[in-house]
Design a protein around this ligand. Structure first.
Ligand code: PLP
Length: 458
């Protein structure tokens, strides 16, 4: 019987959760997570779970990293808060901006700080408008993103997001936000089309979309190098090569959303590096602080910044800023994350363990109901299909993946994430995961797959 005073029962009475069926939530007790260590988290009964999703793709250095706790405490004692609005600044923000400018594949980069991926992408929409107004082309306002891309939860970033369920009940997207085809070969290739031909066709479709809208009305194209939350979609070559040719031709900016991809998730420092992209801007969050503090960074090219300096529509004043922009505690934690990544060679570690991750995913690919496996570095997904031969998806989609995810969690204490790309389950474990821990993740997952497949066969 349910203890009415348990944290879970009290949660159900007062907490409004995201991504739930609101009615069902009244009867669905959450798992209350109370502690964490390494790749494990514990619930209120002390039961450990493997966190193979790094929470929301973010706790890259795992849980219980004392050096991060110490960095935050030290900064709190010294200066818990100040801001970067107007002509004020704080040392951790200065140091971090300098560091990110060095790390980013963008020359003479300029950095704006916010607290979440959504806020950074939302600010970017405003900054690009400001830029185009400043350089005398106010009509260049439209944004093109992709179906199944995820870029945030604010009004503008939900509009950039290309997942229908995020739009329908909220009267979004806003006008001027368009979406082009999701580069998921399994879902969108024509019969007999090679991966290369598919990639080239999608670039042509983008070209046609820009032509149809009018190139002088299209400001920017936003994409995650590897789509994360929308299904771990890795576009085949030469997709980005061709897309970048199209964007150059029409003077459309490439806005690289590195919120999931950035900081070694894809096996290289940036997803842009993994996928061969030369972006005009980057947005970074999640792994930047390993989620120990909220922080995001918007990294702009010098060219865009210089354009913005020209002032907007005669207003030579940049009327944008936030209470917590450059928050010293968040920036201090990010600096410590970046230091740990260097001193412990986390990039090298990802390189060493990711072949095991890839091998275990490939092995799942042999399963009779697995239609696709995708991975780079330590981000990956497995997609279940109704018919392996034809690639026919389950209808309705998502039910099987949800069942497997739930079984993995309830029976085998493994947290994964089901993503809205057919019946896909994604893995993005903390980057500190060892090879034997990767084996443990997939041993548990295979048991859940076998359980659910056994039930389906019955
Ligand atoms: N961009 C990408 C690629 C994301 O995956 C997310 C969140 O999952 C966001 C932006 C939004 O970040 P946040 O949830 O911190 O607002």
């Amino acid at each position: 019987p349910l203890n009415a005073n348990s944290p879970a029962a009290r949660d159900v009475r007062h907490v409004l959760h995201g991504y739930v069926e609101l009615k069902a939530q009244r009867e669905s007790l959450p798992t209350v997570i109370t502690a964490g260590e390494g790749i494990y988290v514990k619930d209120e009964n002390g039961t450990p779970y493997i966190e193979a999703a790094s929470g929301m793709w973010c706790t890259s250095l795992g849980f219980g990293e004392e050096e991060l706790v110490e960095a935050a405490a030290e900064q709190m004692r010294k200066l818990p808060y100040y801001h970067t609005v107007g002509y004020k600044s704080v040392n951790p923000a200065i140091d971090l901006a300098e560091k990110l400018a060095e790390m980013a594949p963008i020359k003479d980069a300029r950095v704006y700080f916010a607290l979440s991926g959504s806020e950074a992408n939302d600010a970017l929409v405003k900054f690009i408008r400001y830029y185009n107004n400043a350089v005398g082309r106010p009509q260049k306002k439209k944004f093109i993103a992709r179906h199944n891309g995820y870029h945030g939860a604010t009004v503008a970033t939900t509009s950039l997001t290309g997942i229908p369920i995020n739009h329908v009940a909220f009267d979004l997207p806003l006008p001027g936000f368009l979406h082009t085809t999701d580069p998921h070969y399994l879902h969108h290739a024509h019969a007999g089309e090679t991966r290369e031909a598919f990639a080239e066709r999608l670039a042509r479709e983008l070209d046609e979309m820009i032509e149809k809208e009018g190139p002088d009305t299209v400001a920017a194209f936003m994409a995650e190098p590897i789509t994360g939350a929308g299904g771990v979609i890795i576009p085949p070559e030469p997709y980005y090569e061709k897309v970048q040719e199209v964007l150059k031709k029409h003077d459309v900016l490439f806005l690289d959303d590195e919120v999931v991809n950035g900081i070694w998730r894809t096996g290289k420092l940036w997803g842009a590096e993994t996928m061969g992209i030369a972006p005009d801007t980057m947005t970074v969050a999640k792994g930047l602080t390993s989620a120990y503090q909220p922080l995001s960074a918007l990294i702009l090219s010098d060219e865009i910044y210089r354009g913005m300096e020209k002032g907007s529509l005669g207003v030579g004043f940049f009327a944008h800023g936030q209470t917590y922009s450059g928050h010293p505690v968040s920036c201090a934690v990010a600096l410590k994350v970046l230091e740990i990544i260097e001193t412990r060679d986390i990039g090298g570690h990802v390189g060493r363990v990711s072949p095991t991750f890839a091998r275990r995913l490939q092995k799942l690919g042999e399963h009779p109901l697995v239609g696709d496996v995708r991975c780079k570095g330590l981000i990956g997904a497995v997609e279940f299909v109704a018919d392996k031969k034809t690639g026919r998806l389950f209808d309705p989609s998502g039910v099987v993946a949800r069942r497997i995810k739930e079984r993995a969690e309830s029976a085998y204490k493994l947290i994964t994430r089901n993503v809205p790309s057919g019946d896909s389950i994604a893995f993005s474990p903390p980057l500190i995961i060892t090879e034997s821990e990767i084996d443990e993740v997939f041993d548990r997952f295979e048991k859940a797959v076998n359980d659910v497949m056994g039930e389906l066969a019955r």
